[in-house]
Design a binder for this molecule. Structure first.
Ligand code: ADP
Ligand code: MG
Length: 452
């Protein structure tokens, strides 16, 4: 039944893409795979129990809804945790999932993330030029102009795209070069597994033999002492052997708190190139590029409206375009500025953000009943949603801890402070939570005005 499960799952993914923000889509579904479809039961596999829980809690209804309409019969979803064996084979694990998937290895390069598909503007000129020069030097075995190359900028501005583009370009110029792309979290998990399996020697060999090591999101190394230690040695080895290292982060090296000084000082040895939010012209060019790659003809006025309304995040820009197209299709209307007005963030004076707005957004996001946020339930998913709402209330409004307490079922201010600092701490090294909070914040900021 493998084939039909893949077809069903593909349709579900296409549907989901238009219904949820691209960041959420990537976070939850990038590594999910179809396993089986028999008699209205769709089984998918994900790499860890965290994703299983998240998908079941947040997306079960949506997935079952789409699958039901695709298959024209009621479909129920089952999510299983898969563990990867080092040879890449997957072993299906029923019952209790492992704490970590035992994955072997780095991550694949996305073939769509190339230099050709990357739109240049004033905002990213240095980062792109340095990335191209770096790719060239690695492929042709020249002296490395910048080592490491450290690319930084806030979320959704193209850091991951550029890292993949460097890797893709090197492979294209010289397929014999060994290129490894990983994220700091993946590197950490791999190291933990290596320590558990007594295979640290193999782990080291692998990373010290590469020509180009690309490590995404090094801000998540915070607090991971053993991983920092290992990376420090890997870095020294590669650098000493004139191998290239490229790193990305959401902030410049000097602002990376919780990282060992000696590691941060290595990060500053080469070039630090930042990416800023794109200006209007660049946003228009990006939208045109994205429409073209998707084979869509979208008229200028529509692109202009989207480019005007969304300014700080390219992923959101792309998401709005996709959403606008899907929306127009659903309504059976041509794609015009007027027909997509409803899906775009409002222009002009937006209502001032209140705690009530935050609660609504959080309840919807986590799919829990709104009153639970004020209530006393200690169920794990409810507590976490409540803490996230409290965190956002503190971050996005000017309210004091006691006033926030009053908004959340008259809780004591110490409880509120505790919730706030708990989320703040978790955020530092829980990428999925920070993606969640990023989504929530993005949604709120696009519809309400914030006074901080
Ligand atoms: P980051 O890693 O900085 O959070 P990504 O590299 O994931 O951002 O980029 C988010 C999305 O925006 C991707 O789909 C990427 O292709 C697209 N993108 C970002 N900047 C550009 C650009 N200058 N030209 C084309 N696409 C871009
Ligand atoms: Mg990224």
């Amino acid at each position: 039944m493998g084939d039909s499960s893949i077809m069903v799952w593909d349709s579900v993914l296409s549907g989901l893409r238009t219904q949820i923000p691209p960041t959420s889509f990537e976070t939850w579904f990038s590594d999910a795979q179809a396993l089986d479809y028999t008699d209205g039961a769709l089984v998918i596999g994900v790499p860890d129990s965290f994703k299983k829980g998240g998908i079941e809690r947040r997306y079960r209804d949506t997935i079952e809804g789409i699958a039901t309409s695709v298959c024209q019969q009621p479909v129920s979803l089952e999510v299983r945790v898969l563990s990867m064996r080092p040879d890449g084979a997957t072993a299906l694990e029923k019952g209790e999932p492992p704490a970590f998937p035992t994955v072997g290895g780095s991550l694949p390069l996305n073939p769509d993330y190339t230099f050709g598909a990357f739109v240049r503007g004033e905002n990213n000129r240095l980062a792109v030029a340095a990335s191209e020069a770096t790719a060239d030097a690695v492929a042709r075995n020249l002296k490395k102009p910048y080592n490491p190359l450290f690319i930084y900028g806030s979320v959704g501005l193209g850091k991951t795209h550029l890292l993949h583009a460097i890797g893709n370009a090197v492979r294209e110029m010289d397929s014999a070069r060994s290129v490894v792309y990983t994220t700091s979290e993946r590197f950490a998990i791999e190291l933990i597994n290596a320590i558990r399996n007594n295979s640290t020697a193999a782990f080291r060999d692998k990373y010290r033999q590469v020509d180009l090591l690309l490590i995404d999101d090094v801000q998540f190394l915070k607090g991971k002492e053993a991983t920092q230690e290992e990376l420090f040695h890997t870095f020294n080895d590669l650098h000493g052997n004139r191998k290239q290292i490229v790193l990305s982060s959401d902030r410049p090296p000097e602002d990376l708190s919780g990282l060992q000084d000696r590691l941060v000082s290595r990060f500053k040895w080469g070039l630090e190139a930042d990416i800023q939010p794109p200006d209007f012209e660049t946003r228009m060019a990006i939208l045109r590029e994205k429409a073209t790659t998707r084979g869509l003809e979208v008229n200028h006025d529509v692109l202009e409206l989207i480019a005007k309304r969304i300014s700080s995040n390219v992923r959101a820009l792309e998401g709005a375009l996709v959403k606008a197209i899907a929306y127009a299709e659903l309504q059976g209307q041509p794609l015009t500025p007027k027909s997509i007005e409803g899906v775009l963030p409002k222009e002009g004076r937006r209502p001032r953000l209140t705690v009530a707005h935050i609660k609504e957004e959080v309840a919807l996001h986590y799919q829990i009943p709104l009153p639970e946020l004020d209530g006393a339930s200690r169920k794990k998913e409810i507590t976490q949603a409540r803490q996230v709402a409290i965190y956002l209330a503190r971050e996005l409004t000017e309210l004091s801890f006691p006033s926030i307490g009053r908004e959340f079922g008259d809780r004591d201010h110490t409880t509120i402070m505790h919730a706030y600092s708990k989320i703040k701490l978790l955020l530092a090294d829980t990428p999925l939570l920070s993606a969640d909070i990023g989504d929530l914040q993005e949604g709120l900021e696009s519809r309400y005005s914030l006074i901080r």
